[in-house]
Ligand binder design. Structure first.
Ligand SMILES: Nc1ncnc2c1ncn2[C@@H]1O[C@H](COP(=O)(O)OP(=O)(O)OP(=O)(O)O)[C@@H](O)[C@H]1O
Ligand SMILES: [Mg+2]
Length: 351
């Protein structure tokens, strides 16, 4: 009988899980998987919080404008370092994405929404996320911590007594957490992740070549030739920027060896955070991890050689999750199907 009502209810309402990330926002719909995956970028009138009213103010089309906007427009990322830097714009963005997913499906009843948030966010920020989602049309809003969602998304046995270790390297934050019995046993969230690798690359190019490059260019270098362990074949690429002295455009060639050296700084902070969490983990749970090892996800887990470096640094087997950039979103989708698990997680999350 309950199954009947649930499926009937399902005709009217769609329930969604959202990974509100610093770089990318993903929405997962029950029964459909990830249906939206767009950059967390919004175009506004420069110096204001006014979101542009045309169709390309949020997501993919706004990202294209980053760093290239005409004088009157500014493309911004309202989340920085995994926290909300601009409340109003975050709300506008969240609202846009929820409506986009909901309106495309023409359902009558307002959705229930599960949102994954960084484990470091404050009560005020939590309240702001909930309010935004409600104003965007959500019937009920639940928040779960990103590392828990990630653990569920990659299929770790998070509700079991045995421990799992998850390392999520996003754009703004790296989250390290030991999960057991539907709770977070030990965790650390540091504001060093993908963006800091880009910053380190920019700083290197400025110092070594007196050349200024934008954040987009730095990210492209990281994606194309970046690594943290020696490559079978080292690579190089041409980079364009602006000369720091003359102000004129100029091109140089950088190689993967120098880029790797630049990337070791942020890497060091990440391996330290993992070690610290392990040092604080109770012995019984630490013993579980000897066999289970740790699972990595988030875009940063795709940096060449990072699994190898982490494994050597902590002496545990390391596995990169399948489809690591959708792990958190898939986790939020799964808890909508397992409301008993959600209830357990929410109970454990209350301090
Ligand atoms: N193939 C790749 N190699 C290296 N880095 C990558 C790769 N693909 C994506 N990234 C980086 O991953 C980061 C984005 O990852 P992700 O989408 O998991 O972050 P996010 O969830 O939006 O951020 P956060 O969780 O910190 O709020 C960016 O810094 C991006 O440059
Ligand atoms: Mg993330």
């Amino acid at each position: 009988m309950i199954g009947f009502f649930n499926s009937l209810w399902g005709l009217f309402s769609i329930d969604m899980g959202i990974d509100l990330g610093t770089c990318n926002t993903l929405v997962c719909v029950q029964g459909e998987g990830v249906v939206l995956n767009e950059p967390s970028v919004v175009a506004v009138r420069r110096g204001t919080n006014q979101v542009l009213m045309n169709g390309n103010a949020v997501g993919h089309s706004a990202k294209v404008m980053l760093g290239k906007t005409p004088a009157a427009i500014e493309a911004i990322r309202p989340l920085k370092d995994g926290v909300i830097a601009d409340f109003e714009i975050t709300e506008a963005m969240l609202s846009y994405f929820i409506r986009k997913v909901h309106n495309n499906r023409r359902r009558l009843v307002r959705p229930r929404v599960v949102i994954a948030t960084p484990s470091g966010i404050t009560q005020v920020e939590k309240r702001a996320v909930i309010n935004s989602a409600e104003r965007a049309g959500a019937r009920e809003v639940f928040l779960i911590e990103e590392p828990m969602a990630a653990g569920i998304g990659v299929g770790l046995p998070v509700d079991q007594p045995q421990a799992s270790l998850i390392v999520d390297i996003g754009g703004g934050t790296t989250e390290v957490a030991v999960l057991a019995l539907a709770g977070i046993v030990e965790s650390q969230s540091i504001r060093i992740a993908g963006d800091e690798f880009d910053d380190a690359i920019r700083a290197h190019i400025k110092e070594a070549y007196n050349l200024m490059v934008g954040p987009q260019t730095a990210e492209e270098i990281k994606l194309r030739i970046g690594s943290v362990a020696p490559l079978k074949e080292e690579m190089s690429m041409e980079v364009k920027g602006r000369d720091a002295v003359s102000g004129m455009p100029r091109r140089i060639v950088v190689n993967s060896v120098e880029i790797r050296e630049a990337m070791l700084g942020p890497l060091d902070h990440i391996t330290k955070a993992v070690r610290q969490v392990l040092e604080r983990t109770p012995p019984e749970l630490a013993a579980d991890l000897v066999h289970q090892g740790l699972t990595m996800c988030g875009g940063g887990s795709l940096i060449r050689g990072i699994d190898q470096v982490l494994s050597e640094s902590v002496g545990l087997p390391v596995r990169i999750a399948e489809d690591p950039m959708t792990a958190v979103a898939r986790g939020t989708g799964r808890v909508l199907e397992k409301l008993d698990l959600l209830a357990q997680i929410l109970e454990n999350g209350d301090e």
